[in-house]
Design a protein around this ligand. Structure first.
Ligand code: GLN
Length: 198
């Protein structure tokens, strides 16, 4: 029997339902049979092909993942897609973090929290990406300040990287500063294609 394909969405807060729906729709578009589960415990991280970390608040995500003792197991997951706060969670270096804030330190990116300003300075706009056009929504988003040489840029806004990917050995990471789950499935489809090599 074929192994069940399983994707987890970190489900403490943020756009959890939207990511679950976007992933299911993306799988449908690609004719893939996958199970998408909410992840709130260490146990539910087991046997996942991939994890999606939604936007929300990176300091809260960090605290809750620590409380559940999920940190080390999360680091071992082969494929991770992080949006907004999720992208912060993937970065090796963050500016304006709280004193005890940690990230998973997976991608060679330098990211600045809340760098577009306050919540009221959130914005949306159409952007051309190498995956196609997408209406992007930035909600108190971080700015990617620098990317390492092995990071591939997938989208830019006014000269700044807003989506990128990195492959490290047999691990794959995808990060976006905006919220693709709110407007499109192109990023989720791209992520599934990378995971299942289709
Ligand atoms: N400002 C949030 C943080 O620092 C990110 C915002 C978001 O995910 N929409 O974690």
């Amino acid at each position: 029997m074929m192994k069940l394909r399983k994707i987890g969405v970190l489900a403490f807060h943020g756009d959890v339902i939207e990511h679950i729906e976007a992933t299911k729709q993306a799988a449908k578009n690609l004719h893939l049979n996958i199970k998408v589960i909410p992840v709130r415990t260490k146990e539910s991280l087991h046997n996942l092909d991939a994890l999606i970390i939604p936007g929300g608040e990176s300091t809260t995500l960090h605290k809750l993942c620590e409380r559940e003792d999920m940190w080390e197991d999360m680091k071992r997951i082969r494929n991770i897609f992080g949006t907004c706060a999720g992208a912060i969670m993937l970065a090796k270096m963050i500016h304006h973090k709280t004193p005890d804030q940690k990230t998973l330190e997976r991608m060679d990116i330098e990211i600045d929290r809340n760098a577009y300003g306050r919540q009221t300075e959130s914005f949306d706009k159409d952007v051309k990406t190498s995956l196609g056009n997408i209406h992007t929504v930035f909600i108190r988003a971080p700015r990617i300040k620098k990317v390492g040489k092995d990071v591939k840029i997938l989208a830019k806004n006014e000269g700044e990287t807003i989506a990128c990917e990195q492959k490290i050995d047999n691990h794959y990471y995808l990060a976006a500063c905006f919220h693709p789950e709110l407007t499109s499935t192109i990023f989720h489809e791209y992520f599934l294609k990378k995971i299942y090599r289709i």
